[in-house]
Design a binder for this molecule. Structure first.
Ligand code: T4K
Length: 370
């Protein structure tokens, strides 16, 4: 069945335009457009309450938040990370003059494999930067144990993990810092945006200084900071979006369940496991196209595209295969077999609150061949 309008891997769930007008009127009235104004402050508090975390510092995007998180903890030398992520994860290391050391992922979770981390630690290693890929929590307990044993910091790239809980608490509370993305394509979006979650007020204060050029007051600059502040318009939009987040997560859950049921018995299609005890956010719906499926991964990807379904191969190519990384010893394909395999098998299917049932049915029909 050929779909009439394109179906993307994701589509932002937008509130009614009229509901945004009162927020704009307030901005127009008080003429505070940025620099941590009233909406910025309100959104930080509202997110702490909603997510169950102690402190949040809002940013213009997730990438800058990652860059600043590394600066906030004064990370240097080498950082252990995953090659199976969006390229911003390791770009944040290069922007800080840090050498990424790639460690393979676990084939079941596609997250950093804790069994492989210790072998990659050298005297230069100062931190681990794992990613909660697709919003599925990493093995946070084991990662913390390794970090404690070797006196390493842990900064989670939690760009996909908005609202995810592990053992009845926010997964964002693990590690030293967690970094969120509120990009348009994310479960919770502020057009562009991001945040650092941190456990104590002192670290939050350092992060707040760093995202505002290092200013403490009009005449005092304490660090070579950058401009990473979220504007009032983005923060206002975030406050409005928060009102519908639970309803949107429920819609995502329904879509996730329907895919799982419909694809469960399709030979050669493996749905990445749901995250068990955790409260998930259904941010992505990755399938792995194995060799016993009648089409190759790329053939299925093209078949979907030819029918107006713009699924994505997140994360192909691997970060370690990009030119600025591929000469690193840890980037050698033979060193990263699980990541290579996943990158060659994955397709992320469309999942977003406004995806219609008929649209989902047509995607499933193309995969099952019915
Ligand atoms: N760490 C991780 C693990 C990440 O995944 C990301 C970002 C980051 C860090 C960095 O966070 P940010 O600095 O971005 O806050 C997208 C997003 O741009 C990126 O935020 C995201 N990860 C990544 C996984 O996906 P593209 O290049 O695939 O996006 P694009 O423009 O092709 O959009 C995908 C589809 O979404 C489009 O086909 C249509 C739809 N779409 C997109 C936009 C921008 C819309 O419907 N409306 C829109 O406004 O990277």
């Amino acid at each position: 069945m050929k779909s009439t309008k394109p179906i993307y891997v994701t589509q932002p769930a937008l509130p009614e335009l009229a509901d945004f007008i009162p927020y704009l009127e307030q901005i127009w009235d008080n003429k505070i457009l940025t620099n941590c104004g009233p909406f910025h402050q309100q959104l930080e508090q509202a997110l702490c309450d909603y997510l169950g975390v102690k402190h949040i510092s809002l940013f213009t995007n997730g990438t800058l938040a990652l860059v600043v998180a590394l600066q906030a903890l004064r990370i240097t030398g080498e950082v252990i990370t995953t090659p199976y992520s969006f390229v911003a994860t390791s770009h944040s290391l290069l922007w800080n003059g840090i050498k990424p050391v790639f460690v393979d992922i676990h084939p079941d979770t596609l997250n950093l494999d804790p069994d492989k981390i210790e072998a990659a630690i050298t005297p230069q290693t100062t931190a681990i930067m794992p990613v909660h890929c697709y919003g599925h929590p990493c093995d946070v307990e084991r990662i913390q144990k390794i970090a404690d044993n070797y006196n390493l910091s842990v900064i989670y790239d939690a760009a996909h993990a908005f609202g995810v809980q592990h053992q009845n608490a926010s997964v964002l509370n693990y590690g030293d810092l967690s970094v969120l993305s509120f990009h348009a394509t994310k479960v919770f979006n502020t057009f562009e945006g991001g945040a650092i979650v941190c456990p104590d007020a002192k670290t939050k204060q350092r992060i707040d200084h760093l995202k505002n050029f290092g200013f403490v007051d009009e005449v005092t600059v304490v660090a070579p900071g950058i401009n990473g502040k979220m504007s009032e318009i983005n923060a206002a939009f975030g406050l409005l979006q928060l009102k519908s987040i639970d309803a949107n997560l429920q819609k995502r859950q329904k879509i996730d369940s329907y895919y799982r049921a419909a694809l469960a018995n399709v030979h050669g299609i493996h749905c990445l496991g749901d995250s068990g005890e955790t409260i998930a956010n259904y941010a992505y719906f990755p399938i792995l196209v194995r060799s016993d499926y009648p089409l190759s991964r790329d053939q299925l990807f093209e078949k979907l595209r030819d029918n107006g379904i713009y699924a994505r191969r997140y994360f192909y190519p691997l970060i370690s295969d990009f030119p600025m990384y591929r000469s690193l010893p840890s980037a050698a394909p033979a060193h990263l077999p699980a990541a290579q395999k996943a990158a060659n098998e994955v397709i992320c299917l469309p999942i977003y609150p406004t995806l219609e049932f008929e649209q989902q049915q047509s995607i499933i029909a193309l995969i099952t061949g019915n």
